[in-house]
Write a protein that binds this ligand. Structure first.
Ligand SMILES: [Zn+2]
Ligand SMILES: [Zn+2]
Length: 467
């Protein structure tokens, strides 16, 4: 009898202890914990050895340097096969450890810091600048896998902070992961979402690259415009040099010469080096926009059966998430999630595709990031005869006549910043992003005259675009 009694006592003790440990924590503050979902290209570490897989380190560059120098000399001397061979060897030394196999699985899995969950409740302190916590993921992976890890992270932050919901700020590829999260789990646990320079519509050059359509020979004028549009090009002598090279045919000569090297080696390098390593990264395929997707798949994989499993993976993201993006975001919004999209413009897209250069933030075209804005080709303005595409009682054409935002999926919740480089979005916008996160109801481009639809980045200040 005594033994039973002691068992009962121990049981009740354990029960009460665990009850204290797992008691639901609740926080009633107005600040929903904010998670930052970063873009493509974060550092990756070997799961087992913790060695850095990506980006390549100084020692890797030292090993690859003879190949880089030799390859450049071969290119200069017009010995293209040697240039191709040395180029591939250098690429393997620098980036080979980040490669994926034919099924799209990393040869060296990354972690475990990627999966470490925060232990401190620090919500409300903006420790990550525009967020309280940063979510890290392996950008090589299928975004739907990264989205599963994000789900675990979101639930952990909810438990840690005592909030039923979190807010997210995503940059670039982070929006791809977030859209995949909404596709899998819905928006019940999401209060506000701010998408900065989102990549969910694709990236301008990836489609043309993976379709084998990158053309540079006749892009001399576009290259001049592109270089002139870069906000970093402030030095007067550099500006003069760019103008000189454009005017006197230097760019034309260099591009023709590079095109010859490309024509001679692209297929070989693509099949022997790029395809078995990087083209098999499912994450990169989220950068291929709708209009290129099937073409890029046909060029990259043909009928080769060894890629069948990978293609199923890619299709699941493309046709599940990317093709239904607007619907997914609209459903989330209808269930109460606040959504703000911030896109860049006023910088030329990379002059690599067959189409003319477009308005962009350097990497992502404005039309893609804003989910449908009508933009003047770079270097031009919308024609004087242009009539706003959708009449909704607001003016949605920019004062500088470059963008008509009325055609966007969310015309009243999409902001545009002129002259802000893609990679600067999370670092130059803190005040604006925090303002978006602090609005009790859905903010729109009409809510605050300091933050109208079209803004210009001057140093660290955002001003309304006036001309
Ligand atoms: Zn709180
Ligand atoms: Zn409107």
């Amino acid at each position: 009898m005594k033994r039973w009694l002691s068992v009962l006592l121990v049981c009740s003790l354990v029960f009460s202890l665990s009850w204290t440990a797992f008691a639901q924590k609740t926080c009633t503050c107005a600040h929903t914990p904010v998670i930052y979902i970063r873009g493509f290209g974060g550092a990756l570490f070997d799961w087992e050895t913790s060695d850095q897989i990506y980006p390549p380190q100084k020692a890797d560059f030292e090993t690859a340097m003879p190949k880089i120098v030799g390859g450049s000399l071969a290119l200069l001397g017009g010995i293209y096969p040697l240039f191709g061979t040395l180029g591939m060897q250098a690429a393997a030394q620098l980036l080979g450890r980040a490669a994926c196999d034919a099924q799209g699985n990393p040869l060296i899995p990354s972690g475990p810091e990627r999966r470490s969950l925060p232990a401190q409740d620090t919500h409300g302190q903006y420790r990550e600048g525009i967020a309280d916590y940063a979510f890290r993921y392996d950008w090589r992976l299928d975004p739907l896998i990264a989205a599963q890890e994000l789900h675990t992270f979101v639930q952990h932050i909810c438990r840690l902070t005592g909030h039923a919901q979190v807010s997210v700020v995503c940059h670039s590829m982070g929006s791809v992961v977030f859209a995949s999260y909404l596709y899998l789990y819905g928006a019940d646990e999401i209060d506000k979402a701010v998408c900065l320079a989102p990549a969910f519509g694709g990236v301008s050059i990836m489609g043309s690259l993976l379709s084998g359509e990158a053309v540079i020979a006749d892009k001399a004028d576009e290259l001049t415009l592109f270089l002139q549009s870069l906000p970093g090009l402030t030095d007067a002598r550099l500006k003069t040099l760019v103008r000189f090279c454009g005017k006197w045919g230097v760019f034309r000569f260099v591009l023709h010469w590079l095109q010859n090297a490309l024509d001679s080696q692209f297929d070989r390098v693509f099949r022997a080096c790029l395809r078995p390593t990087f083209v098999t990264m499912p994450g990169l395929w989220s950068f291929v926009s709708e209009q290129y997707y099937e073409r890029a798949k046909a060029f990259s994989f043909g009928d080769d059966v060894q890629y069948a499993a990978l293609i199923r993976k890619l299709d699941r993201y493309h046709y599940g998430v990317q093709a239904h993006l607007t619907e997914i975001l609209r459903t989330a919004q209808q269930s109460g999630m606040q959504l703000s999209i911030v896109s860049g413009y006023g910088i030329s897209s990379l002059p690599l595709s067959r189409t003319h250069t477009q308005q962009s933030d350097f990497l992502i075209t404005t039309a893609c990031a804003s989910l449908g804005a009508i933009c003047a080709p770079f270097g031009q303005m919308l024609p004087k005869s242009h009539v706003q595409a959708v009449e909704d009682g607001h003016v949605h054409v920019s004062a500088d006549s470059l963008v008509d935002a009325s055609a966007c999926a969310f015309p009243d919740q999409t902001w545009f910043i002129r002259g802000l480089m893609h990679f600067d979005f999370p670092y130059r916008n803190e005040t604006f992003v925090r303002w978006l996160l602090e609005q009790p109801t859905q903010p729109t481009v009409q809510t605050n005259p300091d933050y109208p639809q079209f803004m210009q980045q001057d140093a660290d200040v955002l001003r309304p675009v006036s001309e």
